[in-house]
Ligand binder design. Structure first.
Ligand code: GLA
Length: 740
């Protein structure tokens, strides 16, 4: 890995074994983008890639030179006013009303390691040799504003991270109206754009469209990253598949409003831009102020979508997620939400925990309803002290008794929210986002606390600290069950309002940080009505996230498949729930439900008291299975093989780092009749190694399994696997491969 600067050509070449990223200082001092893709041989200059040309009607920088036009030059961090007609990365409104800026190269620094971003989540190195960073300093002299662009390239991953910092030294006020995290101009537009779209209960569906001229993008202006669009987009070539071909992935390490956009100009150049959504954002700056953008991660893979996802997985699992639980086996949990909803008491909880302990489950999670006077969703958010009516012996005693069963104890909280019917709201009605004189919109009867204010965060922190100190807590599920609307920060001035959305999310990050610093052993799981804040920002604080409120095994195939585009399996909260399923009414077998849920942070969310002895025995076996395989599943390399978005079947597999074992999962939604033969081509195995295939009476070399495939033909087509034979719709089959 290296970052080299060629003095003569004023070019930077960031490269590692797999990728190259080349930047140049242009004649006007701004930065040009020369190349991003598979690794290239280094050379003194790639200036020919600039393709300076005269074009009719082009806006040109220099008199007497009709070839230098920012409209046609591929750029790094474009701004308004130099002749570029596309959307800029940065826009600053000045006191005289001008929005023209001209950031000119001043100096740069190259060093080992990677700096932290104050107050923001970001990837990191553990050893400074893992990555190198380039900081390029640019300046707009006229408005006394410095811009620093950060680039970090990782040694072992085809990934570059980017962010930008604006520093203001002038005396007049300026307003930062747009400050994106990255902008890249790619030289053509022959791409399919992949995005993860959805809504509550159907999060992160893999959606594609062919790039067209103009703007195409996804965004959130809901105050959270949202279940509608994830802060990610990828550009793949037409013929790229999961297994091979070129793809660029862009992911934003941020949990608030975002914009991820591809703009194709009519000269076929594609500009990809990612960052905080410029709408609802205006950041006033005074002398000495600095603004740091969130981080964007750019991945290039020529090994298909799996190659891209694996780079994100490695980076996010081990160099974004942090803390005690990052590499440790995640406890198998039982959550009482779908077992009881709000209707529980101490006795019911204890019985559930007792049953769970007998099955080998390791953690009990007490979900919503344990606090204040909460018996439904109309009250008590904000009152983070035990519901004495429900839990008569007290929460501490209950938690201790659960510990006494050999289970860890965890709880649900929703710190950012408040109900009107709560002590907190009665005391501080002005702490919610609302504009006096206007209606206040609610969602699930709740209102959003103004976390942009320190006093609000401090108050919640104190309450939670008291609670966590008092209880033997090992796990927290931090929920966030509504999106932000009608945002107005009470008591703050006009300038402040444009900062509120961002300050809100910085406030959430700050509270998380304080709590994880104070309670480093607690395992945090983030949640937002299921997966409405499943984003890289959250992973920095909580290494796992509740993926969706939809626990139906069949629907989960799509949800987990889509989520795996970016997020590591160790982050994907997935539970076995009741059948018929509470969200869809679908009946599936205990096996199918577990075979899907294994590919995530595994747990149960159903009333164990209602299960037959036979089902309980199955759970006992599943728990043993997961304990044996969680390290392989969470730390192995994950490959998607067959997409649930394309047909009746889904398949994926995970391969141990040393390729000595692998677990293949194959799912079929509806039972077909008398079908053809079916072979599944595996991935990631060692060609030279002979694998024993569980359930089959022959062994195969890795090369055969990858080139010819694993034979999966079913009974109707004349097959021999007896277990498989008996099943109808909604089938799952797990096949373990072990090197011999
Ligand atoms: C959200 C979560 C659920 C559950 C409920 C409790 O919907 O996603 O898992 O915790 O809140 O109210």
């Amino acid at each position: 890995m290296s970052i080299c600067y060629h003095e003569g050509s004023r070019e930077f070449h960031l490269s590692n074994r797999d990728i190259s990223y080349i930047i140049t200082v242009l004649k006007n001092g701004q930065l040009g983008q020369l190349y991003f893709g598979k690794k290239l041989h280094d050379r003194e200059s790639f200036a020919h890639l600039l393709e300076l040309r005269h074009r009719p009607m082009a806006v040109c920088t220099y008199e007497g030179d009709s070839t230098f036009s920012m409209e046609h030059i591929k750029q790094e961090y474009p701004s308004y006013g130099a002749g570029d007609m596309r959307y800029p990365a940065v826009e600053i409104l000045q006191e005289n009303g001008s929005r023209i800026t001209d950031f000119v190269y001043q100096t740069h620094r190259i060093y080992d390691g990677k700096p932290a971003l104050a107050g923001l989540p970001a990837t990191y190195t553990e050893d400074s040799k893992e990555a190198q960073t380039l900081e390029i300093e640019l300046k707009d002299e006229l408005i006394h504003t410095t811009l620093i662009l950060y680039y970090t390239i990782f040694e072992e991953l085809p990934a570059i991270t980017r962010s930008a910092k604006v520093i203001y030294h002038g005396t007049e006020k300026i307003v930062l109206e747009r400050a994106m995290s990255c902008s890249v101009d790619l030289p053509d537009h022959d791409y399919q754009m992949i995005e993860l779209t959805g809504a509550w209960g159907r999060e992160r569906a893999v959606t594609e469209r062919k790039l067209q001229y103009g703007i195409q993008g996804i965004y959130s202006m809901r105050g959270c990253s949202s279940s509608n669009f994830n802060p990610f987009l990828a550009l793949r070539r037409e013929n790229t598949t999961e297994a091979c071909g070129e793809v660029y992935g862009f992911s934003l390490v941020y949990s608030g409003n975002f914009l991820a956009q591809a703009e194709v100009d009519t000269y076929d150049v594609t500009r990809v831009t990612l960052g905080i959504h410029p709408d609802r954002f205006s950041w006033e700056m005074k002398n000495g102020d600095e603004f740091q953008t969130p981080e964007a991660v750019m991945v290039y893979s020529n090994r298909g979508l799996n190659g891209m996802s694996q780079a994100f997985h490695s980076l996010y699992r081990a160099r974004l997620a942090r803390g005690y639980w990052r590499d440790r086996p995640r406890p198998i949990l039982i959550n009482n939400w779908e077992a009881t909803y709000f209707d529980f008491n101490e006795q019911k909880i204890y019985e559930l925990a007792e049953k769970a302990a007998g099955l080998g489950i390791e953690l009990f999670v007490l979900d919503d309803g344990w606090f204040g006077k909460r018996n439904d969703d109309t009250s008590s958010l904000g009152d983070w002290y035990p519901n004495e009516e429900k839990l008569k012996g007290g929460l501490r005693l209950l938690a201790e008794r659960i510990n006494g069963l050999g289970l860890k104890f965890g709880m649900w909280i929703e710190p950012e929210m408040v109900n009107k019917d709560s002590d907190l709201y009665r005391k501080h009605p002005d702490w919610v986002f609302a504009e006096v004189g206007r209606n206040m919109c609610h969602s699930r009867n709740q209102y959003v606390l103004d976390f942009s204010k320190k006093e609000v965060r401090d108050y919640i922190y104190d309450m939670l600290e008291r609670l966590f100190l008092d209880l033997p807590i090992s796990y927290i599920k931090w929920d966030m069950n509504r999106t932000l609307s009608d945002i107005f920060s009470n008591g703050n001035d006009r300038e402040y309002q444009g900062k509120t959305y961002h300050k809100y999310i910085l406030g959430v990050y700050e509270l998380y940080e304080r709590l994880i610093q104070k309670f480093p052993d607690i395992l945090f799981e983030s949640c937002a009505s299921g997966g409405a804040r499943f984003d890289p920002g959250m992973l920095y604080y909580a290494p796992q996230a509740w993926t969706s409120d939809n626990t139906d095994a069949v629907q989960r195939l799509k949800i987990q498949y889509g989520t795996s585009m970016v997020y590591p399996i160790s982050s994907i909260g997935s539970h076995v729930s009741a059948s018929p399923n509470h969200q869809t009414g679908r009946e599936t077998s205990m096996e199918m439900r577990a075979d899907v849920a294994y590919f995530g942070t595994f747990g149960y969310e159903l009333d164990l008291m209602e299960l037959t002895e036979e089902d309980l025995e199955k759970i006992r076996e599943q728990v043993v299975f997961m304990k044996e395989h969680r390290s392989l599943i969470h730390h192995g390399t994950f490959y998607r093989l067959k997409s649930p978005f394309e047909g009746n079947e889904t398949a994926w597999m995970v391969v141990a780092k040393d390729r000595r074992e692998a677990l293949v999962a194959y799912y079929r939604i509806l039972q077909p009749t008398n079908t053809g033969f079916c072979r599944l081509k595996l991935e990631g195995l060692d060609e030279e190694v002979m694998y024993q295939i569980e359930d089959l009476d022959y062994d195969c070399y890795g090369d055969e399994l990858m080139q010819s495939g694993l034979i999966l033909s079913d009974t109707a087509s004349g097959v021999r696997n007896s277990k498989w034979k008996e099943k109808g719709d909604f089938q799952a089959r797990l096949i373990k491969l072990t090197a011999i």
